[in-house]
Write a protein that binds this ligand. Structure first.
Ligand SMILES: [Mn+2]
Length: 331
């Protein structure tokens, strides 16, 4: 049993209303984990509430309950659980709203699997951040198992969705032996994996306009370092037009990684007002994504990471810096 489990259990035991927070980059792992925890806590007699500053993207709305996620922090709660995030950088919207004081003043549990971060959540009462878990979903499963907390078939389905999201259907290197064991246990417990997979596939289908947009992204992909680094930049007007329909990163990033020689792909989004974000993905053995992101104050995994810059550096500067640092890291 992990040493953090008892502290987590005591915070939950003493609380009645518990808010579950997702960071400003919700995905299937964070939403699946949040919805699973909502059920698990409800079954324990608690009053769980869901928060995320960002509207749930359309491709996650196949998870029933997504519409219970509120973009405003509840006015009263006894404790909080932050899922799939260990850095305040990704909770920027909450901090800029000025509502963080309430979060800071109550017991706060962090459940994550991203490993070391440049800036940890200083006000967390307990951090369970296990890089050995494929996903926050898998980490929550292990926690509940160890503590004998009841997981309904519905909660297990959400946890399975979380795991399948981060591991891309058990296909990427986040998948560890325990991930298969957990999935097998979930299927034994009655989770219908084919229907979860089908729901995810259906929600991932793109409108025709997105297929055509994908062609444009492919057309303007840039390749550097003898084809080992692929870069696509996305301006604000395209974020406005296409992001609500489909996340441009996943739309193009796998194809970039399936291009011969490409070791790292970077999708850079450039927002009005100077904010620049980047999603970085890698092919083994080019396991330097976390290091590239850390250079810009971001973080993540060896094969999947991201960063955000808003210190006045231009898109061109960020791109040049990316190429320079990637050259060093890949050398
Ligand atoms: Mn995750």
């Amino acid at each position: 049993m992990k040493p953090e489990y008892d502290k987590i259990a005591s915070i939950i035991n003493e609380a009645k209303t518990i808010v579950i927070l997702q960071a400003d980059n919700p995905d299937a792992d964070s939403l699946g984990s949040a919805l699973a925890l909502e059920q698990i806590l409800h079954d324990m007699g608690k009053d769980p509430l869901l928060y995320c500053a960002i509207d749930m993207p359309s491709y996650l709305r196949y998870l029933s309950g997504w519409d219970r996620v509120s973009s405003s922090l509840p006015s009263h709660f006894d404790a909080s659980i932050i899922v799939d995030c260990s850095t305040p950088v990704l909770l920027e919207r909450l901090f800029s709203s000025g509502r963080q004081q309430q979060l800071i003043s109550k017991p706060c549990i962090v459940l994550d699997h991203h490993g070391s971060v440049a800036e940890p959540i200083s006000f967390a009462s307990i951090v369970l951040n296990d890089v050995g878990a494929s996903s926050t979903g898998e980490l929550i499963y292990s926690l509940c198992q160890a503590k004998n907390w009841q997981m309904s078939v519905g909660a297990l389905g959400f946890l399975m969705t979380a795991i399948l999201g981060d591991t891309q259907g058990l296909s990427n290197s986040l998948t560890v032996a325990n991930t298969y064991r957990v999935l097998a246990d979930m299927i034994d417990a009655g989770v219908d994996r084919p229907s979860i997979e089908e729901a995810r596939r259906k929600a991932s289908k793109m409108p025709e306009v997105i297929l055509r947009y994908k062609a444009r992204l492919i057309e303007r992909s840039e390749f550097y370092i003898d084809g080992r680094l692929a870069v696509v930049t996305i301006p604000q007007n395209e974020i406005n037009e296409f992001s609500p329909l489909y996340n441009p990163g996943p739309l193009i990033q796998n194809d970039l990684l399936m291009t011969e020689n490409v070791g790292i792909s970077v999708v850079i989004k450039s927002y009005d007002g100077g904010r620049i974000t980047a999603a970085i993905r890698g092919n083994a053995p080019n396991t330097v994504c976390d290091k590239l992101a850390e250079h810009f104050g971001g973080g993540g995994h060896k094969l999947s990471s991201g960063f955000k810059v808003q210190d006045g550096r231009s898109l061109q500067q960020v791109k040049s810096e990316c190429i320079k640092i990637a050259t060093e890291l890949l050398a």
